[in-house]
Design a protein around this ligand. Structure first.
Ligand SMILES: O=C(O)CCC(=O)C(=O)O
Ligand SMILES: [Fe+2]
Length: 279
């Protein structure tokens, strides 16, 4: 039996975990949690209910493949912008220097698009982290392009604290995947100290959440989601995901996924020294 993208299981998946033998004959799908489609209650984590248009997605993927991945055996590209600030008139004229100065024009256009798209969906405080108001001390942006073949993922990590500032935007192209969030041990200790961990009736008190990032989706990591939880992508060929309109879980086959992640470099971190060991 093969699974097509977005094909749903015919039987509802009743437990939180898929069975290893009951639903599927082959390929065998290891047990893993059913991923949710809306942001879990992690402060600072947002997944937008709007997606990139197919045309924009096609255009960006074509540029990335042609410029960075075709004919090269690489799966990650880091691009660094230049430190820039902008004046009010530049912002008004749409020539906002801070948007992505030094990054390739198609990524600057994408940032402009994101700045419009994100505004209605996230609180102002988070929006300002991503698209700072004028007079904010200048910083440089980094764009990281990751290409994942089916079965590949990224180890759970917190983006480097001494290199990147708060406010991260991630966009998924061509395929969805599950992003798993795990509470850091230190945060768990805080919860225990507050007695919240003992409250089994509180469905929000969990140490792990699996969130599905569909193709064309935009996710924002800030505050706790950026600093107090790890994020990672389990290396799998299929993801078990909450159904869109019903409670039934769907088995989603992964295709090759390109992600673009925008982050702010901390002052001084744009002087790149050694290799980035953990994202
Ligand atoms: O591919 C993604 O969406 C996540 C990438 C990521 O977490 C990173 O590069 O730090
Ligand atoms: Fe990351």
């Amino acid at each position: 039996m093969t699974f097509k993208a977005a094909e749903c299981t015919t039987s509802p998946v009743e437990s939180e975990y898929s069975g290893t033998d009951s639903l599927f004959d082959e390929p065998s799908i290891p047990a893993h949690p059913v991923a949710i489609r809306t942001a879990p209650p992690i402060p600072g984590l947002f997944i937008l209910p709007v997606f990139l248009s197919r045309e924009l997605e096609d255009e960006i993927v074509a540029q990335c493949m042609r410029l960075y991945f075709e004919d090269r055996d690489v799966n990650q590209i880091m691009l660094f912008g230049r430190t820039a600030s902008s004046t009010e008139s530049e912002v008004e004229d749409g020539n906002d220097e801070s948007m992505g100065n030094g990054l390739p024009p198609f990524l600057i256009s994408l940032l402009h698009h994101l700045s419009e798209t994100l505004r209605p969906w996230i609180p102002d405080t988070v929006y300002d982290l991503l698209f700072p108001p004028k007079d904010t001390p200048p910083r440089a942006r980094q764009a990281i392009l990751n290409l994942y073949r089916p079965g590949e993922g990224i180890t759970a990590h917190v983006d480097l604290l001494n290199r990147f500032d708060d406010g991260i935007i991630g966009i998924s192209f061509r395929s969805g995947c599950v992003m798993a969030f795990q509470r850091l041990a230190q945060d768990e200790e805080n919860l225990n100290a507050e007695g919240r961990h003992c409250d089994a009736s509180d469905p929000d008190v969990r140490d792990r959440w699996d969130l599905y990032l569909p193709e064309g989706s935009i996710v924002v990591l800030s505050k706790d989601a950026r600093y107090r939880w790890t994020h990672g992508i389990p290396g799998r060929t299929h993801d078990l995901v909450q159904g869109e309109d019903s409670a039934d879980a769907c088995l989603m086959e992964r295709g090759t996924r390109l992600s673009i992640t925008f982050r702010w470099l901390l002052p001084g971190a744009d002087i790149v020294g050694g290799p980035d060991v953990s994202s």
